[in-house]
Ligand binder design. Structure first.
Ligand code: HEC
Length: 198
């Protein structure tokens, strides 16, 4: 049985969809095949915790254990680094990080050790094995918004779990200064990521 009238279908574009763009073409004319996930901000300029970062392109895991840092490393965890896949695709073609590129560095504790240096012995050998996640640091390229820090914004989403749902941009003296001083390419430590260091 039909009810008197039906409401017109309304297409709702969520912010996540709105910020996922399919770019038409790149510098060299090749078509972009991957949708890009671009940074999302609150009205007062805080960065929202990026979505789906575990599905991004994995670059590597520097490890700075306590045992090699006077017993108290600033970051004793694995530093698992990812890049947003659509931005990676552009980088592969152009050799430049496009506006809106996001890097995600997730900290991951090692499983408690059974040896004095915090290591443990497992069937694959003696060493450090990944355990619980422990917060994250994020960088975003936006030359206008982050002009003060040479075009990259720096955000900390807690150094523990759960990760913060949003984060304020950090001052140059907290993060950017060190990346500017030591990172090989455009404030990114490409020297540690073979996929990017070409
Ligand atoms: C004293 C130097 C130093 C400071 C300060 C620093 N970083 Fe880094 N950062 C590094 C190094 C070295 C790496 C390379 C990977 C690693 O060793 O963890 C890195 C890697 C990163 C990455 C992965 C992408 C890349 O550029 O390689 C992100 C994201 C990041 N840092 C965010 C931050 C944020 C956010 C802050 C401030 C809260 C910060 N960093 C402060 C040295 C620094």
């Amino acid at each position: 049985m039909l009810v008197g009238f039906r409401t017109a279908a309304v297409t709702v574009v969520t912010s996540a969809v709105a910020t996922t763009l399919l770019l038409g073409s790149l510098k060299d004319g090749a078509a972009q095949t991957k949708a890009r996930y671009l940074p999302e901000y609150t009205a007062d300029g805080q960065l929202l915790l990026p979505k789906n970062f575990h599905e991004w392109v994995y670059l590597g895991s520097p490890l700075t254990p306590n045992a090699l840092n006077n017993g108290k490393a600033g970051f004793p965890e694995f530093h698992n680094v990812y890049i947003e896949p659509g931005s990676y695709e552009v980088y592969q073609k152009t050799g430049q990080f496009p506006e809106g590129t996001i890097f995600f560095k997730e900290l991951q504790l090692t499983i408690p050790g059974e040896n004095a240096d915090g290591s443990r012995t497992e069937p694959s050998g003696r060493g450090y094995f990944p355990g619980p996640f422990n917060g994250a640091d994020v960088t975003v390229k936006d030359s206008k918004r982050f002009a003060d820090t040479n075009g990259w914004g720096y955000f900390n989403f807690n150094h523990h779990e759960p990760k913060a749902p949003m984060a304020k941009v950090k001052d140059k003296g907290e993060c950017a200064y060190c990346h500017i001083a030591g990172a090989k390419k455009d404030e990114v430590w490409t020297q540690f990521y073979p996929l990017l260091d070409k």
